[in-house]
Design a protein around this ligand. Structure first.
Ligand SMILES: *[C@@H]1O[C@H](CO)[C@@H](O)[C@H](O)[C@H]1NC(C)=O
Ligand SMILES: *[C@@H]1O[C@H](CO)[C@@H](O)[C@H](O)[C@H]1NC(C)=O
Length: 290
């Protein structure tokens, strides 16, 4: 019955294409601090505030300071008091600035966009077992390597170590080899929680996630579905109107199919109940769509 009703209609194909396109769009979203690795979910959004991590190195007769600006969940803000060439371009999440000091003179030596949403962030996640945590690798643009002139693809490997101690610590500069920056951050957000929602290892971040006002990915998916359905109805009605001069109920695209839906649901229900009582839809065998 159901198969007969949807025969010769491109609606299933349309729905298939729709769900496929929303799936692709979802994976195209920039890194928003929530992700899942295997059975564990992580929500790094409590760490979203901008961090500045510095490392001081003696380079006689000067002194070099590596300064990392890090904004995990959204792009770094433009610094109005710093000239354009001395800061990373818009769309940067992690920016490394090398500053050289000699006596009282300060010179910005290099400005390196380490992770950029304007390029491809292309996040790679890896859970760590001992010590427990998760590492997130984010990518940026190529930048000339310090020991030769070849461009080196920049990236940052941030290791979030599971640490529930109070007060929370700030991230640490581990190393930079001219291509990959390594940072380490001991934080409760490195612990993760069970992805199925039960057995929360980290109740705080779990609650924060559901408590925040923004839509979850499921919410976005349903919203997209609704918008697409409205567009389908609207465009279908417009098509029927302009092509066939339809009006009223005839405006509904695939009208025959939608009129069948209640009967199909009834069929499905009665089929499910058929173990209890005989199928009633048998009486309706000769039903013809109007
Ligand atoms: C530049 O240096 C890096 C790091 O040592 C190396 O991986 C890369 O191959 C070098 N490029 C050239 C052209 O020598
Ligand atoms: C990032 O760092 C962690 C911990 O140091 C390591 O296990 C992981 O392999 C690193 N990832 C990459 C891509 O280098």
């Amino acid at each position: 019955m159901i198969l007969r009703a949807v025969q010769n209609m491109d609606l299933p194909l349309f729905l298939l294409l729709l769900s496929w396109s929303t799936a692709v769009m979802a994976s195209d979203e920039p890194f928003d601090c929530r992700f899942q690795v295997g059975a564990l979910s992580y929500d790094l959004s409590p760490l979203e505030s901008e961090q500045v991590i510095t490392r001081d190195r003696p380079t006689p007769p000067t002194r070099e300071v590596d300064s990392v600006r890090l904004s995990l969940c959204s792009d770094l803000k433009h610094e109005d008091d710093v000239s354009e060439e001395d800061q990373c371009p818009p769309g940067t999440r992690v920016c490394l600035t090398k500053i050289n000091y000699k006596d009282d003179a300060k010179r910005i030596v290099s400005v390196i966009p380490i992770a950029q949403t304007s390029a491809t962030l292309n996040p790679v996640y890896k859970t760590l077992s001992s010590p427990k945590g998760v590492s997130v690798l984010l990518h940026g643009s190529p930048y000339p390597h310090p020991i030769n002139v070849t461009d080196a693809q920049q990236s940052v490997n941030i290791t979030f170590l599971c640490d529930t101690s109070d007060p929370p610590t700030s991230p640490k500069f581990t190393s930079y080899d001219g291509a990959q920056l390594n940072l380490e951050w001991s934080t409760p957000q490195g612990c993760g929680f069970a992805a199925d929602g039960g057995n929360h290892e980290n109740e705080d971040s779990g609650n924060e996630k559901s408590g925040s006002g923004s839509l979850s990915s499921v919410g976005w998916f349903l919203l997209l579905l609704l918008v697409a359905f409205a567009a389908y109805m609207g465009l279908g009605a417009y098509f029927n109107y302009t092509t066939y001069g339809a009006s009223g109920v005839d405006l509904i695209p695939h009208r025959d199919f939608w009129m069948e839906v209640p009967y199909m649901l009834r069929d499905v229900l009665s089929h499910l109940c058929s173990t209890v009582r005989p199928r009633r839809s048998a009486n309706r065998g000769g039903y013809i769509a109007v």
